[in-house]
Design a protein around this ligand. Structure first.
Ligand code: ATP
Ligand code: MG
Length: 160
Protein backbone atom coordinates (compact mmCIF):
# COMPACT_ATOMS: atom_id res chain seq x y z
CA UNK A 1 0.00 0.00 0.00
CA UNK A 2 1.27 3.45 -0.81
CA UNK A 3 2.05 5.36 2.33
CA UNK A 4 0.55 8.82 2.27
CA UNK A 5 2.04 11.26 4.70
CA UNK A 6 0.29 14.52 5.16
CA UNK A 7 1.22 17.48 7.34
CA UNK A 8 -1.08 20.03 8.86
CA UNK A 9 -0.67 23.00 11.12
CA UNK A 10 -3.36 23.71 13.65
CA UNK A 11 -3.56 26.98 15.54
CA UNK A 12 -5.84 25.99 18.41
CA UNK A 13 -7.02 23.02 20.40
CA UNK A 14 -10.29 23.21 18.49
CA UNK A 15 -8.48 22.99 15.15
CA UNK A 16 -6.62 19.87 16.28
CA UNK A 17 -9.90 18.40 17.52
CA UNK A 18 -11.55 19.14 14.17
CA UNK A 19 -8.66 17.51 12.33
CA UNK A 20 -9.01 14.47 14.59
CA UNK A 21 -12.70 14.20 13.78
CA UNK A 22 -11.99 14.44 10.09
CA UNK A 23 -9.35 11.75 10.33
CA UNK A 24 -11.66 9.55 12.37
CA UNK A 25 -14.09 9.43 9.47
CA UNK A 26 -11.51 7.36 7.63
CA UNK A 27 -10.86 4.93 10.45
CA UNK A 28 -12.34 1.46 10.41
CA UNK A 29 -12.42 -1.59 12.63
CA UNK A 30 -8.99 -3.17 13.00
CA UNK A 31 -7.08 0.12 12.89
CA UNK A 32 -4.44 0.98 15.46
CA UNK A 33 -3.74 4.70 15.90
CA UNK A 34 -0.30 5.55 17.28
CA UNK A 35 -0.08 9.01 18.85
CA UNK A 36 3.36 10.57 19.18
CA UNK A 37 4.36 13.88 20.74
CA UNK A 38 5.66 15.47 23.91
CA UNK A 39 3.64 16.53 26.96
CA UNK A 40 0.78 18.81 25.97
CA UNK A 41 1.28 18.26 22.25
CA UNK A 42 -2.37 17.31 21.79
CA UNK A 43 -2.44 13.50 21.81
CA UNK A 44 -5.42 13.41 24.16
CA UNK A 45 -7.24 16.03 22.11
CA UNK A 46 -6.88 13.73 19.09
CA UNK A 47 -7.97 10.66 21.04
CA UNK A 48 -11.03 12.50 22.30
CA UNK A 49 -11.95 13.59 18.78
CA UNK A 50 -11.75 9.98 17.62
CA UNK A 51 -13.87 8.88 20.56
CA UNK A 52 -16.47 11.55 19.83
CA UNK A 53 -16.53 10.57 16.16
CA UNK A 54 -17.26 7.01 17.28
CA UNK A 55 -20.00 8.41 19.53
CA UNK A 56 -18.56 7.69 22.91
CA UNK A 57 -21.34 8.69 25.28
CA UNK A 58 -19.31 9.41 28.42
CA UNK A 59 -15.64 10.22 27.95
CA UNK A 60 -13.52 8.87 30.82
CA UNK A 61 -10.63 11.30 30.39
CA UNK A 62 -7.08 10.18 29.88
CA UNK A 63 -6.21 6.70 31.04
CA UNK A 64 -3.79 7.01 33.94
CA UNK A 65 -3.93 4.33 36.60
CA UNK A 66 -6.17 2.11 34.54
CA UNK A 67 -3.88 2.44 31.45
CA UNK A 68 -6.70 1.35 29.15
CA UNK A 69 -10.17 2.83 28.74
CA UNK A 70 -12.73 0.78 26.88
CA UNK A 71 -15.81 2.20 25.17
CA UNK A 72 -18.76 0.19 23.92
CA UNK A 73 -18.97 1.94 20.60
CA UNK A 74 -19.27 0.32 17.19
CA UNK A 75 -16.54 -0.54 16.46
CA UNK A 76 -15.37 -0.81 20.04
CA UNK A 77 -12.83 1.83 21.04
CA UNK A 78 -9.82 1.41 23.32
CA UNK A 79 -7.76 4.37 24.52
CA UNK A 80 -4.35 3.63 26.04
CA UNK A 81 -1.70 5.88 27.60
CA UNK A 82 1.80 4.42 27.92
CA UNK A 83 3.43 7.48 29.50
CA UNK A 84 4.64 5.81 32.66
CA UNK A 85 5.72 2.55 31.07
CA UNK A 86 9.03 1.20 29.82
CA UNK A 87 9.10 -0.77 26.59
CA UNK A 88 9.40 -3.97 28.65
CA UNK A 89 6.27 -3.07 30.56
CA UNK A 90 4.47 -2.26 27.33
CA UNK A 91 5.33 -5.74 26.08
CA UNK A 92 3.78 -7.22 29.23
CA UNK A 93 0.61 -5.23 28.86
CA UNK A 94 -0.79 -7.58 26.22
CA UNK A 95 -2.03 -4.87 23.89
CA UNK A 96 -2.73 -7.45 21.18
CA UNK A 97 -5.83 -8.27 23.20
CA UNK A 98 -7.17 -4.83 22.30
CA UNK A 99 -5.88 -4.65 18.72
CA UNK A 100 -8.63 -6.80 17.28
CA UNK A 101 -10.34 -6.64 13.93
CA UNK A 102 -13.59 -5.48 15.52
CA UNK A 103 -12.07 -2.58 17.44
CA UNK A 104 -10.11 0.64 17.10
CA UNK A 105 -7.18 1.15 19.43
CA UNK A 106 -5.60 4.57 20.06
CA UNK A 107 -2.29 4.65 21.91
CA UNK A 108 -0.78 7.78 23.47
CA UNK A 109 3.00 7.87 23.99
CA UNK A 110 3.56 5.33 21.24
CA UNK A 111 7.22 6.42 21.48
CA UNK A 112 7.51 4.08 24.48
CA UNK A 113 7.71 1.00 22.26
CA UNK A 114 7.53 1.96 18.58
CA UNK A 115 8.90 -1.34 17.28
CA UNK A 116 6.46 -3.41 19.25
CA UNK A 117 3.48 -1.22 18.42
CA UNK A 118 4.18 -1.12 14.70
CA UNK A 119 3.36 -4.83 14.46
CA UNK A 120 0.35 -4.76 16.71
CA UNK A 121 -2.44 -4.11 14.28
CA UNK A 122 -4.40 -6.85 12.53
CA UNK A 123 -5.37 -4.15 10.04
CA UNK A 124 -3.83 -0.74 9.43
CA UNK A 125 -1.48 1.29 11.56
CA UNK A 126 -2.14 5.02 11.46
CA UNK A 127 0.55 7.25 12.95
CA UNK A 128 -0.14 10.77 14.19
CA UNK A 129 2.84 12.84 15.23
CA UNK A 130 2.20 16.12 17.00
CA UNK A 131 4.90 18.72 17.57
CA UNK A 132 4.88 22.22 19.03
CA UNK A 133 5.31 25.00 16.51
CA UNK A 134 4.21 27.75 18.91
CA UNK A 135 2.25 28.06 22.13
CA UNK A 136 -1.06 27.37 20.42
CA UNK A 137 0.11 25.87 17.16
CA UNK A 138 1.04 22.32 16.36
CA UNK A 139 2.46 20.47 13.40
CA UNK A 140 0.41 17.35 12.86
CA UNK A 141 1.75 14.65 10.61
CA UNK A 142 -0.53 11.80 9.67
CA UNK A 143 0.58 8.63 7.93
CA UNK A 144 -0.91 5.24 7.22
CA UNK A 145 -4.25 6.23 5.75
CA UNK A 146 -4.58 5.14 2.13
CA UNK A 147 -6.44 8.25 1.04
CA UNK A 148 -5.65 11.84 1.75
CA UNK A 149 -8.00 13.56 4.11
CA UNK A 150 -10.64 15.83 2.70
CA UNK A 151 -9.66 19.47 2.92
CA UNK A 152 -9.76 20.33 6.58
CA UNK A 153 -10.66 23.69 8.03
CA UNK A 154 -7.05 24.26 8.98
CA UNK A 155 -4.10 25.51 6.98
CA UNK A 156 -2.54 22.66 5.06
CA UNK A 157 1.14 22.28 4.43
CA UNK A 158 2.54 20.40 1.50
CA UNK A 159 2.71 16.69 2.18
CA UNK A 160 6.07 15.00 2.17
N1 ATP B 1 -3.06 23.63 18.34
C1 ATP B 1 -3.30 22.93 19.46
N2 ATP B 1 -3.67 21.64 19.37
C2 ATP B 1 -3.89 20.91 20.49
N3 ATP B 1 -3.78 21.38 21.73
C3 ATP B 1 -3.44 22.66 21.88
C4 ATP B 1 -3.18 23.48 20.76
N4 ATP B 1 -2.84 24.73 21.22
C5 ATP B 1 -2.89 24.66 22.54
N5 ATP B 1 -3.25 23.43 22.96
C6 ATP B 1 -3.35 23.00 24.37
O1 ATP B 1 -2.39 21.99 24.57
C7 ATP B 1 -2.89 21.02 25.47
C8 ATP B 1 -2.92 19.64 24.81
O2 ATP B 1 -3.26 18.73 25.80
P1 ATP B 1 -3.34 17.18 25.59
O3 ATP B 1 -3.79 16.64 26.91
O4 ATP B 1 -4.13 16.83 24.40
O5 ATP B 1 -1.82 16.80 25.33
P2 ATP B 1 -1.15 15.36 25.36
O6 ATP B 1 -0.27 15.29 24.19
O7 ATP B 1 -2.19 14.33 25.52
O8 ATP B 1 -0.26 15.46 26.68
P3 ATP B 1 0.14 14.32 27.74
O9 ATP B 1 1.48 13.84 27.31
O10 ATP B 1 0.20 15.05 29.04
O11 ATP B 1 -0.87 13.22 27.70
C9 ATP B 1 -4.27 21.48 25.90
O12 ATP B 1 -4.15 22.21 27.10
C10 ATP B 1 -4.68 22.40 24.74
O13 ATP B 1 -5.60 23.39 25.14
MG1 MG C 1 -2.56 12.83 26.88
Amino acid sequence: MTQHVKSYRTDSEQATYDLGKLLAQQLRAGDVVLLYGSIGAGKSVMARAIGDALRVSRWSGSPTFSLVHEYQTIPRFYHVDLYRLSSGEVAELGLDEYAQNDSILAIEWADRAPDLLGDLSTGRTVSIELAYSGEDSREVQISGLPALLAEPAVPVENGR
